[in-house]
Design a protein around this ligand. Structure first.
Ligand SMILES: Nc1ncnc2c1ncn2[C@@H]1O[C@H](COP(=O)(O)OP(=O)(O)OP(=O)(O)O)[C@@H](O)[C@H]1O
Ligand SMILES: [Mg+2]
Length: 445
């Protein structure tokens, strides 16, 4: 039986700020190092004056839990590294990936044990590669450098090309490279690519993204890495699980109102960020993304004085995948059914402080962007069935906004256009069964 040192150094931007240790029966304790008058922020959700934080309910602190791998990556790490270790828990997982995580927190026994991420040529080894062994090879080489959440298999990689441009101090990952199980989620990378282009057309910030030649990989530039003249550095990222005191396991336990409230609590530019968040919400409704949970929104910052919403990421049209429930991941107004335009408008005005005259403009801009993005479905790498299902889902999302807007204006509701009606008829039997809306009460937040 192998034992490891029971405490783990916690680093912010390369400087140790505290220690994490096991405490009592399954609890974890974070303790700041003393002597720093102006300690770096570890979590915006923690009171500034406190020096110790005991993890709630015997699980890792949400800000440390937020970058732990999930799904296939987590299983691979457990199989490859847990072996004879005595503590097979989340703190051990954190220790394994501790040198390379999203955001600026790092975990290691001491400064010398923080490791650089080995560089790779993402273009030739992944985006242009025709080898069927890419996933296996990346799991072996990069799983231990991939402190990143999410169910789809993914890696944090340091691209050689970026390294050449920024030769100074950057030793960490520059990109997230994701793949998927094609039997369960056909064309997921292209689906996400198209949705992110819709986000950009709608005026939202998105990271640079690229799909591999074989359509099986999506390479996403990290938005928490800032390239400045003197050096490149990571800034802090906290997702809405961390900011609401939840772990990854609780990512569906929340509401749009809760996110708006956290933006009000923490954002340094609330009006801008709340408007962006409202635009993201409209986009998710129109593109029929039923997986916009708490980990798919987050804040970026250096200090408590410059906190802002992270760009849009992980937007997909989930309606084309029968395994995913056809309802919103988070509640709006206490319900998880897709909202119509009046419900969205109310949320925009009441929770995001968007001017009543502007909410409709946002809905129509996002709708136009969604329709424009559908041209990208003609990509030869996109299977025709998935393309048609996605076109139908998005056109229905857009139509639902228009119909309800017209109804509100007392004009007679228009029937869907004939092409839409035909598509609907063609594909109705291919789509998963629509469930009745649930009559849930509002979620306390
Ligand atoms: N461009 C980016 N820069 C930095 N961090 C990012 C970026 N994109 C995503 N992340 C982080 O990586 C995590 C996983 O990414 P993503 O949500 O795309 O994966 P996923 O497997 O599709 O997720 P899910 O489990 O929601 O389906 C996010 O929760 C976020 O913390
Ligand atoms: Mg995600």
């Amino acid at each position: 039986m192998t034992t490891m040192k029971s405490s783990l150094g916690v680093f912010v931007g390369g400087t140790q700020t505290g220690n994490l240790s096991r405490h009592g029966d399954g609890d974890y304790l974070f303790r700041r190092l003393g002597g720093d008058d102006d300690p770096a922020v570890v979590s915006l959700a923690w009171p500034e004056a406190e020096a110790e934080f005991l993890s709630p309910r015997g699980v890792l602190h949400p800000v440390f839990d937020q970058c732990l791998p999930e799904g296939a990556l987590k299983r691979h790490l457990q199989d490859a590294f847990f072996g004879t270790l005595r503590n097979k828990d989340d703190m051990t997982l954190l220790r394994i990936v501790g040198s390379s995580l999203i955001g600026r927190l790092r975990f290691a026994e001491n400064q010398d044990s923080l490791r650089s991420v080995p560089p790779i040529d993402i273009r030739s080894e992944i985006l242009k590669s025709s080898s069927g062994e890419v996933l296996k090879s990346l799991l072996e080489r990069y799983a231990q450098f991939s402190g990143v959440a999410g169910v789809q298999p993914k890696f944090l990689l340091r691209d050689e090309a970026v390294q050449n441009d920024h030769t100074l101090t950057l030793q960490g990952a520059t990109h997230i490279v994701k793949t998927f199980d094609a039997a369960e989620y056909p064309a997921l990378a292209l689906n996400e690519f198209v949705c992110l282009q819709a986000a950009a057309k709608a005026g939202l910030a998105i990271p640079n993204v690229e799909v591999s030649d074989d359509g099986r990989w999506l390479s996403v530039e990290r938005f928490d890495l800032v390239h400045a003249e003197a050096e490149s550095r990571y800034i802090a990222f906290e997702d809405m699980c961390s900011l609401t005191g939840r772990t990854s396991a609780q990512k569906y336990d929340g509401s749009c109102e809760l996110i708006a409230a956290r933006l009000r609590d923490f954002s340094s530019v609330f009006h801008d960020d709340a408007r962006q968040f409202f635009t993201m919400l409209v986009l998710n409704c129109v593109m029929r993304n039923a997986d916009a949970h708490l980990k798919n929104f987050g804040l970026l910052y250096d200090t408590r004085g410059d906190v802002r919403l992270a760009p849009a990421f992980d937007v997909t049209c989930t309606e084309v995948y029968p395994e995913i429930e056809r309802r919103m991941a988070l509640r709006l107004d206490g319900m998880d059914t897709w909202p119509d335009a009046p419900r969205l408008e109310r949320f925009g005005v009441e929770h995001c402080m968007v001017e009543p005259g502007a909410v409709r403009g946002i809905i129509s801009r996002v709708s136009d962007a969604a329709i424009e993005s559908l041209a990208l479905l003609n990509d030869a790498r996109m299977p025709q069935t998935t393309a048609r299902l996605m076109r139908f889902a998005v056109e229905s999302g857009v139509a639902s906004m228009q119909t309800t807007q017209r109804r509100r204006n007392s004009a007679p509701a228009e029937q869907p256009t004939s092409s839409l009606a035909e598509t609907a008829k063609d594909f109705a039997d291919q789509l998963p069964i629509q469930r009745e809306p649930e009559e849930d009460g509002p979620v306390a937040s």
